[in-house]
Design a protein around this ligand. Sequence first.
Ligand code: SAM
Length: 243
Amino acid sequence: RYFNEQPFTNEQATLTGDSAKHIAKVMRMNVGDEVIVVSEGVAHICTITNIEQDVTVAQTGRTVASPEMPVRVTIACGLPKGDKLELITQKGTELGMFSLQPFKAERSIVKWDDKKGEKKTERLQKIALEAAEQSHRTHVPVIENPISFKQLVATISHYDAVFIADEEDAKQSERTKFADKLRALAGEATSILCIFGPEGGIARSESEALLAAGAQTMSLGPRILRAETAPLYALAAISYEFE
Ligand code: SAM
């Protein structure tokens, strides 16, 4: 299964770079073998027609059913320490995340300048591509460059629903309410933004600003989850209610 950024022309496509190398050198495939090529969100079953440095393929006319969630879920994480974003990217991709938006939270300990942010984004995008291939996604989650909290607040009107994960609300009754809120959105909402704090949590002022801008709280149960566990719980809960 290979993602091809170029659209098909006359039902033919050329795979280059890592994809071509993987087909020829790792899989040792031959002309006539079938591969799945994902282009513009559709997984086409194709026959290999030529293998050189690049690989050309032709559509067979058969496609594979889409495994995408019926709702686009964006995960916004206050910048966490270490390689937690790598884990969130990989596992979030398996769980159906649509995009990842890191933001500079008040309690984020790591401070990235724009250059470091861009480098990290590039690495995360590669992880998302590999995870999307292995979990048979037809969409590669988009990894955005880190933004400020103020910029995050400015984006929330783009979504049908916005949730803040706040462990202060993490009581059993609040968790039930989160499930009810999701159930009410299923079949209605096409985009959801879920916002998570870093290790030290979301600051009260941040939570108030988000609620004032129209966000709702989401409880992920009575236990305090690690910064990298919370987004994965939310994705699993959304998948359960929507799929
Ligand atoms: N100190 C731990 C760590 O180092 O990872 C816990 C971090 S927890 C404060 C990080 C974020 O996860 C919180 O800001 C919140 O967004 C989310 N979170 C964790 N447990 C939660 C829960 N039970 N309900 C809602 N959100 C939760």
